[in-house]
Ligand binder design. Sequence first.
Ligand code: NAD
Ligand code: MG
Length: 395
Amino acid sequence: MSSINSNKKNITILGATGSIGVSTLDVLSRHPNAYNVYALTAHTNVEKLFQQCVAYTPDYAVMVDASCAEQLEAKLKGTVASEVTVLAGTDALETVSSSQDVDYVMAAIVGAAGLLPSLAAANAGKRVLLANKEALVMSGQLFMDAVRDNNAELLPIDSEHNAIFQCMPAQHDLAGVEKILLTGSGGPFRTRDIATLNAVTPEEAVAHPNWDMGQKISVDSATMMNKGLEVIEACWLFDVPHDKIQVVVHPQSTIHSMVSYSDGSVLAQLGHPDMRTPITYSLAWPERIPSGVDQLDFFEVGRLDFEKPNFQRFPCLRLAYEAHQQGGCASIALNAANEIAVAAFLDKKIAFTDIPILIEEVMSKAPSGTPSVLNDILVQDLASREYSELWVQQK
Ligand code: NAD
Ligand code: MG
């Protein structure tokens, strides 16, 4: 029997088995009378999705990999979750994102794989809780148009963008907004001798000082490509030019970002570095409900430090600004090359310092301009991936 209940908000979690997916389920379990888990999706992690199905009994479970879906279905037989409908394939991701039974979609798949289901949620007019920044970097204008044309609600999950959203004027009228101050910790290599960066290991790169996240975003934080992607993300979300966005290195990750106004005021959002705060804010918006995150103790925080970003140490940050200036094709190339480069680095096929070299090379091959239709975006993404793979092979 379906668990759909009209008094509760029905939620699909794309990427349920990941870091954001798990934090989202933690928040939902604190508010069982307000939210109902409609669908959970995962790529290949059968065991984790199985456990989540048993704990949350969604209506649907989607595994992108067909043989994984078969395994999940077999495991669920005879359990409390035996009535969960298991679907397979990428089309099924779009089905559970756009179903008329769904109210909210947590878009927490990592990388370009999240674009189509996130866009499907926007096209279906859902409340989209967007963690999957790569989708917006690839499709900026198209995505924002889909949100506007279909009366979807777009709530940023990325902690910085969630902070900016909270500090922006009501209605997001930009009059009086001087700058967006996008904070970033600087990652694990903020103070490491630049000459030794070529010897960085994957284990060192994924060990973020403040945040506990998936592998890809952890490497992105170490190169500061994460901040670069976030600059592009902020341009689209808040409709501001890139020169209105100042990256501020803030090693404690206590301030999650700020908005600076023409009267000299600066509004900031602060809190522990715990993604349950932006997740809860976006679920309950415009209300506030408990997230499970402790209150901030300023006596414990003690001090807050700030530095200028070092583009020599973090060339990926420079490349992201350049890509956004060049246009949509360059941003797609930047994102695709970065995904391939990070995977190759984690596989120990290329050095940490090869990541920006590969990205710059792939960006230089991207045509100028911005694709206006989805198919052209996908074609550019594929071309950039193929070129990146070739580059890695020839290393
Ligand atoms: P993760 O690696 O922990 O989880 C990724 C999820 O995506 C998993 O559920 C996995 O099954 C799914 N997935 C992976 N490849 C897939 C594919 N090809 N098709 C379908 N599903 C696939 O990642 P994460 O850290 O949770 O990050 C998810 C997204 O949220 C990323 O875009 C990241 O940049 C963004 N984000 C994460 C954090 C964080 O604290 N983890 C903070 C801000 C933004
Ligand atoms: Mg972030």
